[in-house]
Design a protein around this ligand. Structure first.
Ligand code: ATP
Ligand code: MG
Length: 298
């Protein structure tokens, strides 16, 4: 797998001097960043660094006390402010997400879960559905066909009638992605999509995320702790630590950055630099090895 970027200079998210506090806790401290259309941008950092808080600030869940966030969800959209908007409004702007803790309707089937996503952008409301209006029946057929295609696409072919809650953990994570894609997003935010999955599932997931980016042209913002996965598919990486952006760069730059290594090891940058010189295996992960492995696997 090669991390060839289709990124443009077109800004999807423009985050400017954002600070988010909960009482005395500063979850995001003066964070400024841009996400460009077409890229897979990873957000990494130790536990509690502010990664999920960033996602929540981008999607209308949290309202930062300071700073601005604008989004141009789909290609050609004019940027609009996210601050103070409700989550469903932000979703209509072309922003879809999955959650660190899976949020599906466990008692609905896989197909129904995806259709919930699709129907958020259809015109029929519950009244039209009850009356069985002709356009409603047409939309229903379309949404079933689209949902089946999406299930196929994320690697769950023929699983539509199974209850979401009965699917294996890794399958539920894929189902969440299918549901998010159902809203026809321009940008997809994935919060730890590989958490709790096995190595084979992680590899398949990396392939799926790359494919969604490449074939659908969806920009991807990815929070992930698995460094091998991140290094293999991200075009660019932003590192948060204690709510602050401490580094930004290509996977190669990030994994050799002593400030980043220090944040992960909990030491000073100087100590991390020394350790890296004495024991290079302590750097986050060797991308060359990852690429070699990927090629060997192909
Ligand atoms: N709703 C909230 N109320 C109070 N504090 C919060 C809230 N949301 C986040 N925080 C705090 O903000 C900080 C950042 O949390 P966040 O969940 O963004 O971290 P994270 O980088 O996603 O961590 P993890 O890797 O463990 O998921 C933490 O100190 C957390 O306790
Ligand atoms: Mg988190």
């Amino acid at each position: 797998m090669t991390a060839t970027s289709q990124a443009t200079q077109d800004v999807v998210f423009d985050v400017d001097h954002v600070t988010l506090r909960f009482g005395g806790v500063v979850s995001l401290n003066d964070v400024t960043l841009q996400m460009y259309r077409g890229e897979i941008l990873a957000v990494i950092g130790p536990n509690g660094a502010g990664k999920t808080s960033l996602f929540n600030s981008l999607t209308g869940v949290y309202t930062p006390q300071e700073g601005t966030v604008t989004v141009a969800g789909r290609a050609g959209d004019a940027p609009v402010s996210v601050i103070g908007k409700k989550t469903h409004v932000v979703n209509h702007l072309g922003v879809a997400r999955t959650f660190q803790n899976i949020r599906l309707f466990p008692a609905l089937t896989a197909l129904e879960n995806v259709k919930v996503g699709i129907e958020t952008r259809q015109k029929s409301g519950p009244i039209a559905a009850m009356l069985g209006m002709p356009w409603q029946r047409r939309e229903e057929k379309e949404s079933t066909a689209t949902a089946l295609a999406l299930l196929n696409d994320v690697g769950l072919p023929g699983r539509g009638n199974e209850l979401a809650g009965a699917l294996a953990y890794g399958e539920q994570r894929r189902l969440e992605i299918a549901r998010a894609l159902g809203t026809n997003p321009g940008v997809l935010l994935l919060d730890e999509p590989a958490a709790g999955t096995n190595p084979v599932e992680k590899r398949d997931l990396a392939e799926l995320i790359s494919r969604i980016n490449r074939e659908r042209g969806v920009s991807i913002l990815l929070i992930e702790h698995d460094m091998k996965l991140v290094m293999s598919i991200a075009h660019r990486i932003i590192v948060l630590n204690f709510g602050e952006k401490i580094a930004e760069g290509t996977p190669q730059e990030i994994q050799r950055d002593p400030v980043v290594v220090a944040a992960y090891l909990g030491t000073s940058a100087e100590d991390a630099q020394q350790q890296a010189e004495q024991a290079p295996e302590l750097t986050l992960i060797d991308t060359d090895t990852v690429q070699d492995e990927e090629q060997a696997d192909d």
